[in-house]
Design a protein around this ligand. Structure first.
Ligand code: XLS
Ligand code: NI
Ligand code: NI
Length: 436
């Protein structure tokens, strides 16, 4: 029995199509810069939003109509959802999906029972992956919903919470490995603090470092070779999350000697909450070889929380794709739609509209970014802007030949500096519009 009987496989119909249930730009096999759109974009559906989010908000009950879901926390219901999810993936044509352990299978009355529930659902996921060819982008453990994590997981003041989280991540890692996941994500859930009066920050950070090392050790033990990823987010649910932005995460990874095994999973709305653009976060991670994957969503600039909306802004998708191309692509990561339909978009078909819109916006962003790169005006400008570093004193500084004394000597002779090229911001912003 199909969950979406009226919807067939979503087709590419080209830019002039007016069919909302068709792609106008996402043409999976079309080659851009030597690689198919499918491989550039590596779209992934977030199981937690698309199959678990009922549209509840702090002021109201769920609104979503999901006729296949009986609302029970049973394994049968969880398995039914898996079948529906893969029908959705097949029709949409996304090559990947991502999950939290607790959104695919219900928690039992003990850890042992919970693990059994998970195994029962993972068996079906494996079956459906094999049937459809849809792959797991990454798995992650939910270390924030259950009350046992009220003080955090690896950074909890309670050592038992650390131990429970370790057991949970061990299992989730094994399951991710079993399903061939290409990564494993840590989003810091409640790893942060509400108040420094009651917090031993050094101890908490040391514990988080220890936790990550234990995860790396276990991955080695079971032969999991996927990438570990940390997902920065500055606030919500805690007032300060330790993984607040790309810079803070990279600093943490360096301080605890984890840069060889970790990269970052950057999320647009989290960048916004951190006071950065997504382009900034990607560039910052990229220059340090830490760009791993992207949670592709968007926030609302008038709201100060993680609204997890589907991205449709072409400037945003262009900037993301400019950064992805600049740093050699997102693989083995991808573009994971960590996004949910609005509460008012309560019909099943809205799940299609949301993803198709997001995928098309990124496909278009990819085409635009690639044309900008092909024309080369932007990169030519940047190169010109830094031309004083190519020879003379600039080259001496970059190659390490200059000292304060030699630079003083140079400036004493020269007297003062001549104005460099204008930054031409307005011209460049206008130039980008040419491609849109
Ligand atoms: C929450 C995060 C979360 C992670 C996975 O804000 O975005 O959904 O992506 O735990
Ligand atoms: Ni996310
Ligand atoms: Ni988020």
């Amino acid at each position: 029995m199909a969950a979406f009987p009226e919807i067939g496989k979503i087709q590419y119909e080209g830019p002039t199509s007016k069919n909302p249930l068709a792609y106008r730009h996402y043409n999976a096999e079309e080659v851009i810069e030597g690689c198919t759109m499918k491989d550039h974009l590596r779209f992934s559906v977030a199981y937690w939003h698309t199959f678990r989010c009922g549209g509840a908000d702090p002021f109201g009950a769920p609104t979503a109509l999901r006729p296949w879901d009986d609302g029970s926390e049973s394994v049968e219901n969880a398995i039914r959802r898996v079948r529906v999810a893969f029908e959705f993936f097949e029709k949409l044509g996304n090559p990947f999906y991502a999950f939290h352990d607790r959104d695919i299978a219900p928690e039992g009355s003990s850890l042992a029972e919970t693990n059994r529930n998970l195994d029962a659902v993972v068996k079906i996921l494996r079956e459906e992956q094999d049937r459809t060819g849809v792959q797991l982008l990454w798995g992650t453990a939910n270390l924030f919903s259950n009350p046992r994590f009220m003080h955090g997981a690896s950074t909890s003041s309670n050592a038992d919470a650390f131990a429970f989280a370790a057991a949970q991540v061990k299992k989730c890692l094994e399951v991710t490995h079993e399903l061939g996941g290409s990564g494993y994500v840590f989003w810091g859930g409640r790893e942060g603090y509400q108040n420094l009066y009651n917090t031993d920050m050094k101890r908490e950070l040391d514990h988080m470092g220890r936790f990550m090392h234990l995860a790396v050790d276990h991955a080695k033990e079971i032969g999991f070779q996927g990438t570990f990823l940390i997902e920065p987010k500055p606030k919500e649910p805690t007032k300060h999350q330790y993984d607040s932005d790309a810079a803070a995460c990279i600093n943490f990874l360096r301080a605890y000697d984890l840069t060889d095994t970790f990269k970052l999973n950057l999320e647009t709305n989290h960048a916004t909450l951190a006071g950065h653009t997504m382009m900034h976060e990607m560039d910052y991670a990229g220059v340090q070889n830490m760009l791993g994957s992207v949670d592709a969503n968007t926030g609302d600039l008038l709201l100060g929380w993680d609204t997890d909306q589907f991205p449709t802004d072409l400037y945003l998708t262009t900037q993301v794709m400019l950064m992805a191309l600049k740093y050699g692509g997102l693989a083995p990561g991808g573009l994971n739609f960590d996004a949910k339909v609005r509460r008012e978009s309560f019909e099943p078909v809205d799940l299609f509209h949301a993803h198709i819109g997001g995928m098309d916006a990124f496909a278009r962003g990819l085409k635009i970014a690639s044309s900008i790169r092909a024309d080369g005006e932007l990169s030519e400008f940047v190169q010109q802007r830094y031309r004083t570093w190519e020879s003379g004193v600039g080259a001496e500084i970059e190659s390490g030949q200059a000292s304060f004394t030699s630079l003083e000597q140079y400036m004493l002779e020269k007297g003062d500096i001549a104005p460099n090229l204008s930054g031409r911001q307005e011209m460049l912003e206008h130039l980008i519009n040419r491609y849109l």
